[in-house]
Design a protein around this ligand. Structure first.
Ligand code: UDP
Ligand code: MG
Length: 359
C-alpha cells in the first residue's frame, strides 16, 4: 500500500445512520469526542442523513463546519437504516469501521473494548446485548424470538442478540462493499463474509431521546429480508407440508372407503368437506405468499436500481471517476468548495462502491 495513503486515511471511521434525531445529535457528538480522545488515533465520523425531515441535517452540518472529522452524506430521501449503513461502508476510509446507532442506545464507551479486541487481531467485533433497557416487552420478546429463528434456519452462523453495532477491519469492509444485494440484512452479511470474529457483551441503554424509528411494520420487513436472504427453508416448507397433507389424505381416503364398505357414511358431511377445502386453500395461499416474498426480491435484483442516491456529500474528496460524469457540471467541480460538489455525487454513487474494492 502507498504509505501516503495510510497517512491520509483515519484509523477509525464511525458510521452513524440518522433519521430525525435532532434531539440526540449534540449529546452524541460530545460523548463521541470524549470517548475518542482516549483512543489516541485519528478518526472520522460519517453521519448518513437518511432523509430526515427535522433539523438533523442542519445540526450535522454545523458540526461539520466546526470539526472537519465530521463528514455528512445526505440521502435524497429516506432509504432505510440498513441502506444507510451500506452507504457508510462505501464511503468510510478508516482502517477499522464502526457502525453504531445515533440514539446512544449503543454506548460509545463500548467502542474502547471493541478497539482493544481489534488491536488483538480480530477482524469483526460485534456487540451482544446482555440486557436491553427501556424497551417494550413486546419488542424484547419478538426480537429474542427472531434472533433464535434466524439463528436456527440461516445458512450462515448469525450470532444471537447481536445488532448492527460492530467494528470491522478494513479488509472486511472491502469484502462487504462487494455485496450489493437489495434486501439487506447487514448483520447476516457481516457473518457471511467470515474472517476472525468475536463478541463483546454490553447492556443496551434506553434511547436518549425521541421515538424508535423501527415500528412493527419495519421490524417485520427486516425480519423477512433476513430470512429470505439467508434461508430457503420457508420455500422448502411447502414441499414438506405437501408430503404430510398428501400422506394424511391418503390415509383418509382409505379410511373413508373402508367405512363406506362397512355401510357407515357419516364421515363425509358438507361441513367436513368445506372446512378441509378452506383449510387447504389457506395453506396454499400462505405458500403462494411465501413464494411471492422471494419473487419480489428477485424482481428487485433484476431491476438493479442503485441502493441509494446521495444528494450531497460534505467532507469527502471527490473520487477521480466523478470527472467522467461531470461534463455538464465541470464548472461546479472546479470552482466550488467541497460542500457544493455534492450534486455530482448523486450521479456517481453507484460507481463508487465497486471501484472502492481496489482502494
Ligand atoms: N434510522 C435510519 N433510517 C431509518 C430508520 C432508522 O437511518 O429509516 C436510524 C436511526 O436514526 C438510528 C438507527 O437507525 O440511528 C436505529 O434506529 P432506532 O434507534 O429507531 O431503532 P431501534 O433501536 O428502536 O431498533
Ligand atoms: Mg435505537
Amino acid at each position: 500500500m502507498d504509505p501516503r495513503e495510510s497517512q491520509l486515511r483515519p484509523t477509525f471511521s464511525l458510521v452513524i445512520p440518522v433519521w430525525n434525531e435532532e434531539q440526540v445529535i449534540p449529546v452524541l457528538y460530545e460523548r463521541l469526542v470524549q470517548v475518542m480522545k482516549g483512543v489516541g488515533d485519528s478518526w472520522e465520523v460519517i453521519f448518513v442523513n437518511d432523509g430526515s425531515t427535522d433539523r438533523s441535517l442542519e445540526l450535522l452540518l454545523e458540526l461539520h463546519e466546526r470539526d472537519p472529522r465530521i463528514k455528512v452524506l445526505n440521502f435524497s430521501r429516506n432509504f432505510g437504516h440498513q441502506i444507510a449503513i451500506t452507504a457508510g461502508f462505501d464511503y468510510a476510509d478508516g482502517d477499522a469501521v464502526i457502525v453504531m446507532d445515533a440514539d446512544l442506545q449503543d454506548p460509545p464507551e463500548v467502542l474502547l473494548r471493541m478497539i482493544e479486541r481489534w488491536r488483538e487481531g480480530y477482524d469483526v467485533v460485534y456487540a451482544v446485548r446482555t440486557k436491553r433497557e427501556g424497551e417494550s416487552k413486546f419488542k424484547l420478546w419478538t426480537a429474542a424470538a427472531f434472533y433464535r429463528l434466524i439463528h436456527s434456519i440461516a445458512d450462515v452462523d448469525i450470532p444471537l442478540d447481536a445488532g448492527d453495532f460492530r467494528l470491522m477491519d478494513r479488509r472486511v469492509v472491502l469484502a462487504m462493499r462487494r455485496l450489493r444485494e437489495k434486501s439487506r440484512f447487514m448483520r447476516g452479511l457481516s457473518s457471511w463474509v467470515g474472517f476472525k470474529q468475536i463478541a463483546v457483551e454490553y447492556e443496551r441503554a434506553p434511547r436518549y431521546a425521541g421515538e424508535t424509528k423501527y415500528p412493527l411494520r419495519k421490524m417485520v420487513r427486516l425480519a423477512f429480508n433476513a430470512i429470505t436472504s439467508f434461508s430457503h427453508v420457508p420455500l422448502q416448507l411447502a414441499t414438506y407440508t405437501g408430503f404430510v397433507f398428501a400422506g394424511v389424505s391418503g390415509v383418509g381416503i382409505i379410511i373413508a372407503i373402508f367405512m363406506r364398505l362397512m355401510g357407515n357414511a357419516q364421515l363425509l358431511g358438507q361441513a367436513t368437506t368445506l372446512v378441509s377445502v378452506l383449510f387447504l386453500g389457506g395453506v396454499q395461499l400462505i405458500f403462494l405468499g411465501i413464494i411471492g416474498e422471494y419473487l419480489g426480491r428477485i424482481y428487485d435484483e433484476v431491476k438493479n436500481r442503485p441502493l441509494y442516491i446521495v444528494a450531497d456529500a460534505y467532507g469527502f474528496d471527490p473520487p477521480a471517476q466523478l470527472m467522467f460524469h461531470a461534463s455538464r457540471r465541470s464548472q461546479v467541480v472546479s470552482s466550488s468548495s467541497e460542500s457544493t460538489q455534492s450534486a455530482v455525487h448523486a450521479e456517481a454513487t453507484t460507481n463508487r462502491a465497486p471501484s472502492a474494492d481496489n482502494a
